[in-house]
Design a protein around this ligand. Sequence first.
Ligand SMILES: [Zn+2]
Length: 166
Amino acid sequence: MTCAWIDDDERGQCGKREYKTSKYCFEHKAKAHKIWVDRNKEQAEERQKQRDKFAAIQKEAIEAGMEAGKNCIPEPMIVFDNITGEMGKVDSGGKGMAWIVHRNGRDKFSYWGRKYGNWKKHHYGGIQYWCFEFKQSLEKKQAFCRAFAKVLNNNGINAMAQSRED
Ligand SMILES: [Zn+2]
C-alpha cells in the first residue's frame, strides 16, 4: 500500500511507501502527528476558555446574589411563645431553603458546574446550586437565588430560582 497523504497545493496523493503500520510514509506520518497534536492543543485551549467563561459568569452571579440578599429586608415573622405566652418577632422572617435549578443536565454548563462550580445533581433532572448564605432567612435566600439565576439567564444559560419553607 502507498501513503494516503493528499497534498492540496502540490502533487495530490503522495504515493510513497507506507511506514510500518501507518497509513502514511515516514515524512507524512510525522506531519499528520504534528497536526493531531496541534489540534488537541487548540481544543484544550478552547476548553480552558470555556471553563474560564463559566467561572466568570458564576462569580458575577454569586456577587449579584450576595448584593440582592444583603439588600433584601424580610418581612418580620411574628412568633408566639407557647411557654411564656408572649408574642415576639423574628427580623429575618420565615425560614426555608432556596436553590437554583439549571434544567439541562448534559450540556457544557452542567458538566462544568458539577466539576468546578459546586452544583449538585438535581433530583428532578438537571443540576442544582444551593444557597448556603443568609443563615435560614428564606426571603434573603430567595433574593440571592433570583439574582443569581438572572445573571445566568443574561448569559444564555437557563436557570430558575426555587425555594421551600421549612
Ligand atoms: Zn507520504
